[in-house]
Design a protein. Structure first.
Length: 297
């Protein structure tokens, strides 16, 4: 078995947990790849089986002679999103080990790491496929500008935001070529069901079961109280043009933000691949709602 481990190397709790995992993998003879950030921070001389480096491009067969079975994301949900972006379309299942706070994506608690690693080795898990959103930036001549896309795919959401303390945005939103609405608001969140518990939730958007096939549009502080969030089929496409008094706005893809001029428009649709998320034991979305949101307490 071969696994790749990602984590926020600037957090001591993460490094402690990664050391714990490396002790287990060494004992079990599991091959390990480490993200470059983790390798730089860890003293690896104590491990007989020196972990190789994950560079994002290598074919794992060239390292250990076998494919990568799992990715472990050690941290919070932000680390999980970073891990998912690093994995991309490589079809490697990801398990989130929670060293953070709420943890809807990183569900496994650190005190259970030995147990969950045993379950992985024994094959006692299921795989859920989570859909992503794909972002295309289009210039005023109608050309796709791949050179401007810092992060093309979102597991949680793509958010359109005002830049700094500017006035509200005017966001013309078309669905399958037909005008849905011109939002006058501080921004607009286009979220996946996985992302319904993230930024979408904090702005009053609906909770959606991750296995659902939908895309959520949630305005941020809309000027009109009659403008509400809406859920649409995930095979529909969205074209968005933004106007701002300062001729600029922000677009955020799973928290990775960049500034765009208002002569750049956005095209958003379902991404052509899915992220495989490892589920263990009795973990479920419904259980997470009860325990993490304190439903019934």
């Amino acid at each position: 078995m071969t696994i790749v481990i990602f984590g926020n190397a600037m957090k001591p709790d993460t490094l402690t947990e990664v050391r714990h995992i490396l002790q287990f993998t060494t004992e079990k003879g599991i091959h390990v790849l480490l993200s470059q950030e983790l390798r730089q921070e860890l003293d690896l001389r104590e491990y007989p089986s020196f972990p190789e480096n994950w560079d994002g491009e290598q074919q794992p067969e060239n390292v250990y002679g076998e494919p990568i079975d799992f990715a472990l994301s050690v941290g919070g949900d932000g680390t999980f999103l970073t891990s998912a972006a690093a994995i991309g379309n490589k079809n490697i299942p990801i398990l989130g080990v929670n060293c953070g706070h709420l943890g809807f994506l990183a569900e496994v608690q650190t005190q259970n790491v030995d147990e969950i690693l045993q379950q992985l080795v024994a094959g006692e898990y299921t795989i859920e496929r989570r859909h992503l959103l794909s972002l295309t930036i289009i210039d005023k001549e109608g050309n796709k500008r791949d050179d401007l896309v810092m992060a093309p795919n979102a597991l949680n959401e793509i958010a359109i935001l005002k830049q700094g303390l500017t006035n509200m945005l005017t966001i013309e939103t078309k669905v399958n070529g037909e005008l849905l609405h011109t939002y006058h608001s501080d921004g607009l969140i286009i979220a996946t069901p996985t992302g319904s518990t993230a930024y979408n939730l904090s702005t009053g958007g609906p909770l959606v079961v991750p296995q659902s096939r939908g895309i959520i549009l949630t305005p941020i502080a809309p000027h009109s109280l009659t403008v509400r969030p809406i859920v649409m089929p995930d095979d529909w496409q969205f074209d968005i043009r933004v106007n701002s008094r300062y001729d600029a706005y922000m677009v955020s893809v799973d928290g990775r933000s960049q500034s765009l001029s208002t002569d750049m428009s956005l095209h958003i649709e379902r991404a052509p691949y899915t992220v495989k998320v490892v589920q263990l034991g009795d973990n479920s979305f419904l259980k997470s709602l009860r325990t993490k949101l304190n439903w019934g307490i």
